[in-house]
Design a protein around this ligand. Sequence first.
Ligand SMILES: [Zn+2]
Ligand SMILES: [Zn+2]
Length: 189
Amino acid sequence: MQKVSRTVPAPADLGLAGVIGVPEGSSVQMGLRLESVMEGVLVTGISRASAVGECVRCLEPLERELNARFQELFSYPDADGRGRPVAEPGDDAEEDEDRYFLEDDLFDLEPLLRDAVVLALPSQPVCREDCLGLCPQCGVSLNEDPDHHHDAVDIRWAALQGLVATDQADEKDNVNGAAEPGVDEKQEK
Ligand SMILES: [Zn+2]
Ligand SMILES: [Zn+2]
């Protein structure tokens, strides 16, 4: 068993495209435990990095410390002449496709790192759990101005009043009343 620590530059496109990810070239700390087992080398690791993205509600930049864990067996190539059984009967081909192999005593951690990072990142990152987001009408940050509102609320209220008036005028036919908002929407910008 060996323990290995490395700091490597992040490869391109590490993370969730367009949402949050580790900037290319930034440091990724890798802590690895390599264990020799019958079939190959079992690699257990954790990678630490900083991911940057933006809040899905308020679009402010955010940064997350990332701890991504992974474990994978890297098998010796089947044709390595070590005299072990190549494939046991009953091994199905699908399983084989997901296997990782040592190549010239090296293993490629990048696919593992990518999968682990994607799993460790939030798909809907928010700057804080109670982020209020943006005003849907003008885009102002509601975090900075929680009392922000528009007179448009009054327009909607007026529309509701119109419904009430319609319902009162024709209580037996709410379907016609429900069609009214379409007319009122045109009053909004
Ligand atoms: Zn936010
Ligand atoms: Zn607004």
